[in-house]
Design a protein around this ligand. Sequence first.
Ligand SMILES: [Zn+2]
Length: 277
Amino acid sequence: MSSELRAGILQEVATGVRRLVAPNPGMMTGPGTNTYLLGRDAIAVIDPGPRIDAHIDAIAEGAGAPVRWILATHTHPDHSPAVSALAAMTGAEVLGRPAPEGRHQDRTFHPDRILDDADVLKTAEFELQAVHTPGHASNHVCYLLRKHRCLFTGDHIINGSTVVIDPPDGNMQQYIESLRRLKDIDIASIAPGHGEVFTNPYEVIDWIIDHRLEREGKVIAALRKNPASTSMELVAVVYKDVDRALYPVAERSLLAHLIKLKDEGRAVNDQGRWRQG
Ligand SMILES: [Zn+2]
């Protein structure tokens, strides 16, 4: 199926799944946040994105039928702030998990129905199952469109760049565990929160896990060679292959790796300086 990742273009990207890209392209968002519309007679919207009026209007107009449900994968500022405005406009029920404590969280998100792992939204046209996937964010939920085995992954899996794990709400150990759990689910395609649809889900999941463990290996090697380093000093060693402009972001993911290693007894933090455990 052909597709185009440009803001304002409503496109069918999988059977029964339409996508509308929000006009918020950037370093962290790629072409913009993907908003997904499910159903024909009564619509469910996943991740209406940042609060941008033109995008909210495009969702409501493009839906072509009443919007009855609005779901968020998590409450980062590029995914959920449009929920309350779209809900006010349509009267739709809001589903997801509330924002945790900490920075970069959308506190305007108030679900009418809190979804736990394996909860299902049943409509006349489809069933959508919640899969709780902490790691990128503690309240992150993926959604499985059962009939088509399409998994909406928000920021758990994105296409085009690496997911940032920002501690303390972001947790590398949980992230890798949540990726492994997806392998037990029957999935035909992955519809990510940013970038194009994947049709080779298990290859993608394995690649991400391998990539993270490879990076962890580099962290361990860097600790061995540079004992008593701060995380910022280690960034240049561990992320040699990454553009310097991304170092502040890389430092967050590095810290996530270090915390994982510390929790596993493989690294020690001594007053902000790290060494092997
Ligand atoms: Zn996010």
